[in-house]
Design a protein around this ligand. Structure first.
Ligand SMILES: Cc1cc2nc3c(=O)[nH]c(=O)nc-3n(C[C@H](O)[C@H](O)[C@H](O)COP(=O)(O)OP(=O)(O)OC[C@H]3O[C@@H](n4cnc5c(N)ncnc54)[C@H](O)[C@@H]3O)c2cc1C
Length: 459
């Protein structure tokens, strides 16, 4: 949507094809009767590029809410009686609170925490080229290369898990290192969530982009699926589109694929398909989401302080595994602290979700266990759940986010070997993550097309 709007504004003739009935992809909100809005992703994103991309797209009426840096993440561990734990951001000096987190969550004592800090420092001191060489190395192997002993490697993997992955050992070592080290070409990202938009939820961002597409005279065709990219020699010439049971070709000088890479390979010509096949297989391992929303009369009070919760950021939840160690339990966000239109006045919505492997999403017993886990933790963290609970919604989806999930190659924005073909989206090779990567790849793609580096540089 961003690339289409920028190109349309620049006077290009653009056709946007979406196989769903509505635009927005993984940015989804749904209305619940009685004046509520529930989000199904995305929730909180790093904004190094998105605002700029939206401005360039002409989508400048979306209101974002910035989260103060010290309130982006906090931790709760099952069985700790609702006690808040300090988030162990790498490279922070050891305070008594951080040493408590080290013991309770990372499984290391003060000496172990000092050794972990030295390991993070070693990561932070690597050169750009050294980090890049670790881009497709899973963390379990990367840590061996960095000389970490097994106990230290386990602590660092647990530290990475707190940022949102259920499988840190398989994450890209470079992406993990970037948690404590910003590459020279990456501006500081502001942590933001949807703010006080009239419509509420993350759908407000989609609505803003839809208005921008209309203003930019982009033709939008929903309910139509791109089934192949057409090429002549090494030049993209258009796409085949299936709609209403029939397939027709659409000629174009430039083709921009926003299809998640795991599904993109089968649309491509044979030689390029071959190149991307391995990456597509690796990214198809990315799981889905087990989620819930809880609506409350007023704001819940924290068991720890007795005060209403006012935390604006993301709450990481940890459960206890069979061995007593901390396991990934997902996270929670009070969306109504930022987006009042998500609830009737004075009421609040707490959203919980756990990025989960497909094996979890496909197992009904496991889905119930995760949902029950959310409820258990909420009751442990807050004093007054039962008096205030109005309704609960539970669901699971088969798509999630690629962030910190796989050490697989990412295609460059400009497809190798096929002039006029581009990839945009979360899993492209740009110095950004998640939605920010989608926005940056769209910006870069539009710039390349407008600079005429594509096949025809035409309409
Ligand atoms: C539950 C959840 C929570 C998330 N939370 C966060 C978060 O907190 N922060 C964050 O930064 N990111 C988060 N993400 C990730 C974020 O949603 C994505 O990074 C973002 O949506 C950008 O994705 P994309 O443009 O790469 O692809 P998508 O949003 O998946 O868009 C791809 C679009 O292409 C369409 N399509 C696919 N194939 C075809 C075809 N053949 N023909 C026509 N159309 C096709 C799809 O229907 C879809 O509309 C979350 C994702 C989920 C699911």
């Amino acid at each position: 949507m961003i690339a289409a709007a920028i190109l349309g504004r620049a006077g290009r003739r653009v056709l946007l094809v979406e196989r769903q009935a509505q635009l927005g992809g993984r940015l989804r909100s749904s209305a619940v009767e009685g004046g509520w809005v529930v989000d199904d992703g995305a929730y909180l994103w790093p904004d190094a590029w998105i605002s700029e991309a939206l401005r360039r797209a002409g989508a400048d009426d979306f209101v974002a809410s910035e989260i103060p840096r010290e309130h982006v993440l906090r931790l709760f561990v099952e069985g700790e009686g609702g006690r808040r734990l300090a988030f162990p951001y790498p490279l922070r000096d050891a305070s008594p609170k951080l040493l408590d987190t080290a013991r309770t969550v990372l499984g290391v004592d003060a000496a172990g925490y000092a050794a972990l800090t030295v390991l993070w420092q070693r990561c932070a001191a690597l050169s750009d080229a050294e980090v890049e060489a670790l881009r497709c190395v899973p963390l379990r192997d990367g840590l061996k290369r960095l000389g970490a002993d097994p106990e230290l490697a386990a602590a660092l993997q647990c530290n990475v898990m707190l940022y949102g992955t259920y499988d840190p050992a398989s994450a890209s070592t470079a992406e993990c290192i970037e948690l404590c080290r910003r590459p020279a070409d990456r501006p500081l990202a502001r942590p933001v969530v949807p703010g006080a938009n009239p419509g509420g939820g993350v759908a407000a961002l989609v609505r803003s982009l839809e208005r921008a597409l209309t203003t930019a005279r982009v033709e939008v065709r929903t309910g139509a699926e791109v089934v192949a990219v057409r090429t002549a020699g090494s030049v993209a010439t258009g796409v085949a589109i299936e709609s209403g049971g029939s397939v027709s070709d659409c000629a174009a000088t430039d083709v921009v694929l926003n299809v998640p890479i795991a599904q993109a390979a089968h649309l491509l010509p044979a030689d390029l398909k071959h190149d991307l096949g391995g990456a597509a297989r690796a990214w198809s391992a990315v799981g889905g989401v087990i989620a819930a929303a809880f609506a409350f009369r007023g704001m819940l009070r924290l068991r720890e302080t007795g005060e209403p919760d006012e935390f604006p950021g993301w709450t990481r939840l940890l459960t206890r595994g069979a061995s007593g160690g901390c396991e990934f339990g997902g996270g929670m966000l009070w969306t109504t602290l930022h987006s009042p239109a998500n609830a009737p006045p004075g009421q609040h919505v707490l959203q919980a979700m756990r990025l989960s492997p497909h094996s979890d999403v496909d197992d009904p017993a496991r889905v119930v266990a995760v949902h029950d886990g959310f409820e258990r933790l909420i009751r442990e963290i807050y004093l007054d759940v039962d008096e205030r609970l109005l309704w609960t919604r539970r669901w699971a989806t088969r798509d999630g986010s690629e962030y910190l999930i796989a050490a697989a190659p990412r295609p460059p924005v400009r497809a190798p070997g096929v002039a006029g073909l581009y990839f945009v989206g979360e899993t492209t090779d740009v110095p950004a993550v998640q939605m920010d990567a989608a926005a940056l790849s769209a910006l870069r793609c539009a710039e390349m097309i407008l600079e005429g580096r594509g096949a025809g540089g035409g309409g």
